[in-house]
Design a protein. Sequence first.
Length: 89
Amino acid sequence: MLFIIWIVVGGILGWLASMVMKTDAEQGIILNVVVGIVGAFLGGWLLSPLFGTGTINSDDFSVASLLVSFLGAVILLAIVNLLRRGRVR
């Protein structure tokens, strides 16, 4: 059951990050889920020590962990945009 929640929350966070980074038209549902989950890993690696919280990947569904996971997804999309286009949108 936790895996399904992880997928759903990852998809929502990936979709919100794609809306912020204006890449929503280029992404589908599966890519939103991937961006949300990989972004949560990235956020856990980069931002968790700064905020002192976990991410959605570490079974922590607090507001702070959702924020860290969301920011990780935004950072991931910024890196992808930088590598694809040579600039961040």
